[in-house]
Design a binder for this molecule. Sequence first.
Ligand code: C5P
Length: 219
Amino acid sequence: GGATVIAIDGPAGSGKSSVARAVARELGFQFLDTGAAYRALTWLILERGGDTDDEATVLASLGALDTLELTIDASGQRVAIAGHDVTEAIRTERISAAVAGVARTLPAREAVNVRFRAIIAAADPGIVAEGRDITTVVAPDADVRVLLTADEAVRIRRRFGDVGGDEQQVGARLSARDASDSRVIDFLHAADGVTVVDSTDLTFDETVDAIVRLATEER
Ligand code: C5P
């Protein structure tokens, strides 16, 4: 009984967000993009002229998490912090490049995790939550736990297809973010009980189907 919780982790460019959202839509579930919380806090610190690499600055910003609004609608997520709608603004390269300082600050992780766990506990009729540490830290008891991966060259090509620009630069940024994130959380190896879904040779729809099937078997 109770809500079905699907946890999905993976590296940058693995397609986590779009796959997780599509899985949620197909199952009629809610959708939680945990990276949006890290990005929103990063946006606010930069907006206030702060430096995310300064731990004291990050710690001083944590109170603003009380104002974080994260909708969990699979048909269209909205993110706001301190009264600013940052839904679009958090997707820029400027934010991606500065988010690491927030992600490695443990009290920041603990503060957002409290929010995530409350959202997951209230899920109805189910929720798909994606990030880097959902299968291991945020929701280790999830009904379905997936590590979504793909070869790095394929992830870079997909990301380049989405954002354009210079492919080598896109690749360098993606690798750098994975390197810095994996120093904080190991999302490159599956923890016990976590199913690896490697999308290297799968289409988007095949990847979504593979996860939906895991969820259906579970019920
Ligand atoms: O998934 P997304 O690329 O939006 O995440 C942005 C950043 O937030 C990641 O690069 C990582 O530093 C951080 N993050 C995290 N733990 C999560 C989700 C995101 O540390 N569960």
